[in-house]
Write a protein that binds this ligand. Structure first.
Ligand code: TTP
Ligand code: MG
Length: 384
């Protein structure tokens, strides 16, 4: 049996747990003091219509007495790590995002196991979570949100889920949802009664796999190792819009440094480098280029990003940059790079691993943008 566990209002709950004054009150967590986007809110605030993605002023309009807390990502990351360690005591665990995991509990009783996990987390962190139970990951994930917060839902037959919208299925994105709707497939019952050819034509082989899974005819295993990523990417909304070459390069180098570090930590090299630019007015574009040599050297990545920039003219102040390295390969396929630089980078990494990522950086970043380490639902505790 598989459990899918998702923490309730995770960042907001952690804040409420660590500050008694915030408990039971509508609060929202904003990404940073300057960039005022709500990244999550407590259930008390959600009742007023506060939603992830709103600007702080919108949230205040919806809920005038809302308390805004600036995100403390280190705190959420370390809580997440500890929570995953609790899960691991109950079965093979796959960390699926910062606040979600699958646990294969084998033949243990799902209700008692969920109750005991909930209790342990409540005692340790004073926060709640919601649990979905099913014979595979797709079913467990589908239902963990049904009775949020502090929910529990165990799927024992197709009947339990047949009326749910296909929108709830993890793996049916907006595009597939639209395509399926045109075929009058709205509910899970309609989905599992659709012929295989139709599903294959609409959404490929993945559609057929999903049909089997939802019917409960597929039992899958939980993957304890994080899957090798297809790309390594970091983006940063700048504390203030940038325009001058020096500032642009400073921001880009900072991102390249992080991407390089993460590639090396995962023993990966990449040769396609992409740059994403979002202007102040939210107009955005991306550029990318494939190179012959693989690299995970931040200076080389930075050179490649700069050369992408040389092909265009930035026309407005920039709000956000993203740097992505794709076309990844593991160590064997990579070309060796400059030895001295390699030694320096290895020395940097050792210090970072010992003392934390922020412990050391290149001279040009001495007055880097004061940006919190990025974290998103896709963040997994196993990785940096
Ligand atoms: P979610 O599990 O999607 O949300 P949640 O835990 O806050 O609320 P729920 O009870 O509905 O599960 O995401 C987990 C955390 O990830 C969330 O607390 C904040 C963060 N997050 C972002 O940083 N950006 C986002 O776009 C989303 C959706 C979440
Ligand atoms: Mg959650």
């Amino acid at each position: 049996m598989i459990l899918h566990i998702d923490m309730d209002a995770f960042f907001a709950s952690v804040e409420q747990a660590s500050n008694p004054e915030l408990r039971g009150r509508p609060i929202a967590v904003a990404g940073s003091a300057k960039r005022a986007v709500i990244i999550t809110s407590s259930y008390e605030a959600r009742r007023f219509g506060v939603k992830t993605g709103m600007m702080v002023w919108e949230a205040k309009k919806a809920c005038p007495h809302i308390q805004i807390v600036v995100a403390n990502f280190e705190k959420y990351a370390s809580t997440s790590r500890e929570i995953m360690n609790i899960f691991r005591k109950y079965g093979v665990t796959e960390a699926f995002s910062v606040d979600e995991a699958f646990i294969d509990i084998g033949n243990q009783d799902p209700f008692l196991t969920a109750r005991s996990i909930k209790e342990e987390i409540r005692k340790r962190f004073n926060i709640t979570c919601s649990v979905g139970v099913g014979v595979n990951k797709d079913i467990a994930k589908l239902v963990s949100g049904i009775n949020k917060p502090d929910g529990y839902f165990h799927v024992t037959s197709l009947d339990d889920i047949k009326d749910l919208s296909i929108k709830e299925i993890c793996g049916i994105g907006r595009k597939n949802f639209k395509k399926l709707r045109l075929l009058a497939i709205n509910t899970i019952e309609e989905f599992v009664n659709t012929r295989d050819e139709v599903l294959r034509n609409t959404m490929g082989i993945h559609g057929i796999r999903l049909k089997l899974a939802l019917k409960g005819e597929l039992t899958d295993t939980v993957n304890p190792e994080p899957v090798t990523p297809k790309s390594v990417s970091n983006s940063m909304t700048l504390p203030h819009d940038v325009w001058h070459k020096g500032e642009v390069e400073l921001a880009l180098f900072q991102l390249c440094e992080k991407v390089g570090f993460r590639l090396r930590r995962n023993n990966l090299w990449g040769r396609r480098v992409a740059l994403y630019v979002r202007y102040k007015d939210f107009e955005s574009f991306s550029l990318d280029r494939k190179y012959y040599d693989y690299t995970n050297d931040e200076i080389e990545i930075f050179e490649r990003v700069k050369s992408l920039l040389e092909d265009i003219k930035l026309t407005k102040p920039i709000r956000l940059f993203g740097v992505t390295v794709t076309d990844l390969a593991s160590a064997t396929q990579a070309t060796l790079f400059d030895n001295e630089r390699l030694r320096r980078i290895e020395a940097l990494d050792k210090i970072r691993e010992r003392w934390g990522y922020g412990a050391i950086t290149w001279g040009m970043l001495a007055n880097k943008f004061n940006h919190k380490p990025p974290i998103s639902p896709a963040w997994r505790p196993e990785k940096y």
